[in-house]
Design a protein around this ligand. Structure first.
Ligand SMILES: Nc1ncnc2c1ncn2[C@@H]1O[C@H](COP(=O)(O)OP(=O)(O)OP(=O)(O)O)[C@@H](O)[C@H]1O
Ligand SMILES: [Mg+2]
Length: 295
């Protein structure tokens, strides 16, 4: 059965310059070969992955200010992610944009994240959703009441971490309330270094690049590691968010932790093999998944 998932988080217009011979330096100009606009941000990539897997995904975000809202809305539509609960940016705000410059095997980013990540939402608008995925801890810290609202609407909750230059131990009081917490290894270590316990949420899933991911449950002490299949790496952007979509989709079906990790790894590996956050989704047909993932 497919789930109805609300994905909340910052929604960017990614402005991607391709074919740049080098990164710009002060006092010089670099000419790129191409330029494209994409919807970006963890919540969108996870929602698009869930939708590609057959679940129903809706986005809860403030849109980037015009004219950058149009290409973002077009891409949400193309990926079958509903924008019904999205709201326009307040008049006069800067557009929420990430400029990305891929160069060699890496990328440089420059981001402007103005104003609120989420529009206000009430419990009546959450009716019909069974799960809330929050794209980054920073958004939950901005709107902590979202957790109570989700519980009132009887939704389960998953949360990605996302990198922050400064984590705080107070984050533990939010993380402990979610059902599934999905940091990467570096984020988990940074949280633990400020005093957040490793087993804070009831289920913690730690993503670790080509090493795959592990799941640790609070209380029962189940510790499971699933390795990722070696694949040619094209672009790692959004692999963690694609992993979230794969993992959560199986978790919502009540699958075993092994099956959840395996589908997460499958989606993460598909993502790193193509450029951009949602470039790998076309390879996620349910037929391929059914053949690849033993339940
Ligand atoms: N080189 C790789 N080969 C195969 N699978 C990979 C590779 N890199 C990442 N993955 C898959 O993608 C998942 C997420 O990757 P990673 O640990 O880089 O997450 P992340 O750092 O949160 O990514 P993001 O940049 O989206 O925040 C991994 O757990 C794994 O399943
Ligand atoms: Mg991540």
């Amino acid at each position: 059965m497919s789930a109805r998932v609300l994905c909340a988080g910052r929604l960017y217009c990614d402005v991607v310059f391709t074919g740049s011979p080098r990164l710009p330096t002060l006092g010089t100009e670099v000419f790129a070969e191409g330029l494209s606009l994409h919807a970006g941000g963890g919540a969108f990539i996870t929602g698009a992955t869930l939708s590609a897997l057959g679940d129903h995904a809706s986005q809860l975000s403030v849109l980037p200010a015009a004219p950058f809202d149009a290409p973002v809305l077009a891409q949400l539509k193309a990926q079958n992610v509903s924008s019904k609960l999205c709201a326009a940016a307040p008049k006069g705000s800067d557009p929420q944009i990430t400029v990305a410059i891929p160069c060699g095997n890496d990328r440089a980013f420059l981001t402007r994240a103005p104003g609120a990540a989420l529009p206000s939402v009430d419990v009546a608008e959450l009716a019909g959703f069974s799960h809330l995925h929050i794209g980054e801890l920073g958004t939950l810290e901005e709107v902590p009441g979202l957790l109570d609202l989700a519980r009132e609407a009887e939704m389960t909750v998953s949360l990605d971490c996302g990198w922050q230059d400064k984590f705080s131990v107070e984050a533990a009081t939010l993380i402990e309330k979610v059902d599934v917490f999905l940091p990467n290894q570096r984020e988990l270590e940074a949280l633990m270094s400020v005093g957040v316990p490793e087993l804070c949420a009831s289920l913690t899933v730690v993503k670790n690049g080509e090493n795959g991911a592990r799941a640790i449950t609070r209380g029962q002490s189940i510790w499971l590691q699933e390795r990722s299949k070696p694949v040619p790496m094209v672009d790692a952007t959004g692999a963690g968010d694609a992993f979230n979509g794969g993992f959560v989709s199986q978790w919502l079906k009540g699958a075993s932790l092994e099956a959840c990790l395996r589908q997460g790894n499958f989606c993460g590996a598909a993502s790193v093999q193509s450029a951009g956050g949602v470039g790998g989704l076309s390879s996620l047909s349910s037929l391929e998944l059914a053949e690849t993932i033993p339940q």
